[in-house]
Design a protein around this ligand. Structure first.
Ligand code: ADP
Ligand code: MG
Length: 557
């Protein structure tokens, strides 16, 4: 088209595509709504899972918003923002990733008719920001503190938060079993920021009920040499030596050159090598350790040497496992065997090599320093265990958050309905257009309870009407009512222990508002020809590309 205009001012390279103004904004909103529609059905305890099959042939089954978004390979530039907020929610708080995407999408869906009617986006953005700020303040006000409770009480409160997180997952059927495990693990590592001290080991086979928590460290048996089977496999109160050296007979390097004048000298050189390794082994034995672990190889000679002296050894232990053993047993990793003093040796109550499924595991239980825990996950298929691990990760994050911030709110859509009502009420007192926009924000918040109903097969309109009525009671007694997933009606979520850390909601609302405002503030996209073609290739993943969502993105009311 540009070629027809003479004379022309060339501002951008030929082939550059720009689209701007209202249509661009609407197309961005559509794309975001399409993305939100993908994760929509995964929300809540009755949410469905997604099976994602990538071009490398990997399949992933997940209910986790962040995981799904990551795997979706969204190419639309505006919709990518939603992917990013899901990721940030995942790293900031660990849970609420579906919620954040859904809220972001819904804020935009509510904004769309205004944009189409010619409202300036900045007006919307201003009102959304105000509404979000008020919502967050209200959540803080409504949050209930669990501070100052005894450890036992806290334990059961935390387990409830974990159970709420887990109830929406594949392992939701066993949520109490896993919630307890997660709480024990988190309490074991203490309050410090050392998440990597909780190890999760996945062993296919068995049922999920066979999963167990080790109050210490467990790792898969490392590669071992002959002689290993003669070593004892169980110790009580053993001393543990942790090494970062090789205990192996070194073969000469190819480029080593030794000049001998007498063939007899050769023997002395061979002997010297043997002496070095025997000396090292001897020092290990003298240290009094019954278990020798090394990050590097422990060869066949050493294995046999230790076996003859009733010592257990394992070489090539993964670095993080070795660090966790060190932290748990109170030992220190040594880079030399000279001068191994008692202080650097670790200890634990029971060490055992045990069969778990068809793997053998080295398990250190009852560690004095505590501070580590390992969850051994069992289950049928690989995809199942992978998803279980992601779910546990969510729960672990939630319990840690709840422990740190110690405030919870009622879940099941209760808090969302309450804020929504609060904003409606507030909006009544505002004169001007801003009233409409704040109402739009309030309406968008209802997406959470509505989606919880939809996903469970309940009549969302009916339940929502009941909830609105309950929350509108002037006495405020209905403030904690949310969707009752078991009966299809409404119930007091707080009394039913559907709890969520306040931080999850606060972060979700903040992030979703930011994303929505960001997308509303963009009115022009410039694409150079190169990125266009790259996108064309990648677009297979999303199918619809930009301006998508025509099929699924219809208005819901
Ligand atoms: P997210 O990725 O956002 O955490 P989930 O699929 O975990 O999404 O769903 C979380 C939502 O499900 C929250 O709004 C929570 O309040 C709700 N929820 C969890 N358990 C229950 C329950 N037992 N009854 C009602 N709502 C629940
Ligand atoms: Mg969740």
């Amino acid at each position: 088209m540009t070629s027809m205009m003479q004379p022309q001012i060339i501002l951008l390279k030929e082939g550059t595509d720009t689209s701007q103004g209202k249509p661009q904004l609407v197309s961005n909103i559509n794309a975001c709504m399409a993305v939100a529609d993908v994760v929509r059905t995964t929300l809540g305890p009755r949410g469905m899972d997604k099976l994602i099959h990538d071009d490398k042939g990997n399949t992933t089954i997940s209910n986790d918003g962040a995981t799904i978004m990551k795997l979706l390979d969204v190419v639309h530039p505006a919709a990518k923002i939603l992917v990013d907020i899901a990721k940030s929610q995942d790293s900031e708080v660990g849970d609420g990733t579906t919620t954040v995407v859904l809220l972001g999408g819904e804020f935009l869906r509510e904004a769309k008719p205004f944009i189409e009617d010619g409202v300036h986006p900045q007006n919307l953005i201003r009102s959304y920001r105000i509404a979000s700020h008020m919502a967050v303040e209200k959540i803080k006000e409504l949050a209930v503190s669990i501070e100052g409770k005894s450890l036992d009480e806290k334990r059961s409160l935390l387990a409830k938060c974990a159970a709420t997180t887990l109830s929406s997952k594949l392992i939701g059927g066993e949520k109490d079993f896993f919630a307890k495990m997660v709480v024990d693990a988190v309490i074991a590592i203490g309050s410090e920021d050392r998440l990597n001290m909780i190890g999760i080991k996945k062993v296919p086979g068995g049922t999920m009920r066979d999963s167990f928590l080790v109050n210490g460290v467990a790792f898969k048996k490392t590669f071992s040499y002959a002689g290993f089977e003669q070593q004892p496999k169980k110790f009580l109160n053993p001393k543990i030596l942790l090494l970062n050296i090789e205990l192996e007979l070194k073969s000469e390097k190819e480029n080593a050159e030794i000049r001998l004048s007498d063939p007899l000298q050769y023997q002395s050189i061979v002997d010297a090598e043997w002496n070095i390794i025997y000396d090292k082994l001897d020092k290990c034995v003298k240290s009094g350790a019954k278990i020798v672990l090394s990050r590097l190889a422990i060869g066949d000679l050493a294995t046999q040497y230790f076996a003859d002296r009733d010592i257990f050894c394992a070489g090539r232990v993964a670095e993080d496992d070795l660090h966790r053993v060190a932290a748990a047993t109170g030992g220190t990793v040594q880079t030399s065997v000279n001068n191994v003093i008692d202080e650097v040796l670790g200890s634990c109550e029971v060490f055992e090599e045990k069969q778990v499924g068809n793997e053998r595991f080295n398990i250190f239980n009852g560690c004095p320093a505590g501070q580590t825990a390992t969850i051994v996950l069992r289950g049928g298929a690989d995809q199942f265990i992978e998803e279980a691990e992601r779910s546990l990760h969510d729960a672990i994050m939630i319990v840690r958050r709840a422990m740190k911030n110690s405030t919870v709110v009622a879940g099941g859509g209760a808090i969302d309905m309450e804020i929504s009502r609060y904003l409606w009420q507030h909006a009544h007192n505002i004169a001007g257009k801003s009233q409409l926009f704040i109402n739009a924000f309030a309406k968008a918040l209802e997406v959470i309870p509505r989606q919880l109903c939809d996903n469970a097969g309940f009549d969302a309109t009916d339940v929502l009407n009941k909830l609105r009525q309950k929350h509108a009671l002037p006495s405020g007694e209905g403030a904690l009512y949310g969707v009752d997933i078991n009966t299809g009606g409404i119930s007091d979520s707080f009394a039913n222990f559907v709890w969520e850390p306040a931080l999850v909601k606060i972060n979700a609302i903040n992030a979703a508002t930011e994303a929505a405002c960001l997308i509303l503030s963009v009115d022009e996209t410039v694409k150079n020809p190169k990125s266009e073609s790259a996108q064309g290739e990648a677009a297979g993943g999303m199918g619809r590309g930009r301006g998508g969502g025509r099929g699924r993105g219809m208005r819901r009311r």
